[in-house]
Design a binder for this molecule. Structure first.
Ligand SMILES: NC(=O)C1=CN([C@@H]2O[C@H](COP(=O)(O)OP(=O)(O)OC[C@H]3O[C@@H](n4cnc5c(N)ncnc54)[C@H](O)[C@@H]3O)[C@@H](O)[C@H]2O)C=CC1
Length: 335
């Protein structure tokens, strides 16, 4: 606990739609380890979404127990008439907070009083929710008789692999500098992880460019793999993307990559590791089916959903509304 040193805290807000938004507030004034604590006070059904951002005060005490009543809250047996003042019987410490849309409160991190207070949060039963560079988030779900409804920390990492084929039916392959001994020497597709707030389609293009120096245009997601416990105990979504080469000169990223080259597809497929690997066998079959128009992958379509107001990419592949098959990207030739 004491080893945590952060200069920023993150405040998590939750909308009534169930999406989690986070926003950061610079922590200033107190030269210590601030931690954000998100808690929920029972009585959520009494709080409508219009109550969001109502200024509240959240009680911190040795043990906080809250129950709801028709007229307001009871904390540690004490009736509270107004949601805007919630006090701890034992310590009577008040924290400035905002109500959230789920009937919880979000403590104002800038008003957290002392280091002792921060350390005390864990002793009081707050749990680590997640940590990022620069902040730690702690949460506490008060109603003991109810399971916590807070969404868990992110459970997945997202990876991309680029299948880049040129007009000579050569596939762009790399040898990794650091890899398991079992795949040393394997010529494989360029792969990597998507950055925060990066699109799958642009992440695939970036990864290929970074590892090989080759410029590409994204065409389709050909398939994706879902696996668990891949790295840092996270599940893994791996999107295999077909990309069209826009250049052919290879300049490797020597930090990550030992070598890269254009390799005839038949040679790539003949590598023992690829031949024996059910996933890559199937991926290659799918790619070949795509090249001969027997299969079609998913292409991104930009839209904004009124559900959350977020610009997003919907990956699909159907003919356009006018039902004109020529509008389907299934007809696009890769070579
Ligand atoms: N590498 C492959 O042959 C395959 C990769 N994939 C998928 O590709 C996606 C990306 O995976 P990879 O490219 O294998 O990622 P990776 O494990 O090679 O990590 C990408 C880069 O992150 C860095 N890195 C990762 N862990 C590190 C550590 N512990 N210490 C220092 N640096 C570290 C390295 O620079 C590495 O080159 C994932 O979704 C994975 O499932 C799927 C099948 C095969």
């Amino acid at each position: 606990m004491d080893s945590i040193s952060v200069s920023e805290v993150t405040v998590i807000g939750r909308t009534h739609l169930g999406f989690m938004h986070s926003f950061r507030q610079p922590f200033s004034g107190v030269p210590m380890s601030p931690k954000f604590c998100s808690s929920r006070v029972e009585g959520p059904r009494a709080i409508s979404s219009s109550d969001t951002n109502t200024k509240s005060q959240f009680a911190y005490g040795e043990r906080i127990a809250a129950t709801s009543s028709d007229s307001g809250y009871k904390i540690n047996g004490v009736n509270l008439k107004s949601r805007t003042l919630i006090s701890s019987v034992k310590e009577g410490l008040l924290l400035d907070a905002n109500d959230d849309a789920y009937g919880g409160v979000i403590v104002d991190p800038e008003k957290l009083p002392s280091l002792m207070m921060f350390c005390g949060f864990l002793q009081e039963g707050f749990e680590y929710h997640h940590a990022e560079k620069g902040y730690v988030m702690l949460t506490y779900w008060i109603p003991e008789e109810e399971p916590s409804m807070l969404p868990a920390n992110a459970s997945h990492q997202v990876g991309v692999g680029g299948f880049v084929l040129n007009q000579h039916k050569e596939v762009l392959v790399v040898q990794e500098k650091y890899c398991a001994p079992s795949i040393t020497g394997l010529w494989k597709l360029p792969t990597g992880f998507i950055n925060e707030s990066e699109e799958i389609f642009s992440g695939a293009v970036r990864e290929v460019k970074e590892e090989t120096g080759v410029d590409t245009e994204f065409l389709e997601v050909i398939a994706f793999r879902h696996a668990h416990n891949v790295a840092f105990e996270k599940s893994d979504l791996f999107f295999i993307c077909m990309l069209r080469p826009l250049s052919d000169k290879i300049i490797i990223d020597s930090l990550e990559i030992k070598a890269a080259k254009w390799m005839p597809l038949v040679e790539f497929v003949e590598q023992p590791m690829i031949r024996e690997d059910k996933m890559f066998q199937r991926v290659i079959e799918i790619c070949e089916a795509r090249l001969s128009h027997r299969y079609c992958g998913l292409s991104p379509h930009q839209l904004v959903s009124t559900f959350d107001g977020k610009p997003s990419s919907l990956y699909y592949n159907v003919v356009d509304d006018d039902h004109d098959p020529s509008n389907s990207n299934c007809n696009t030739d890769f070579l």
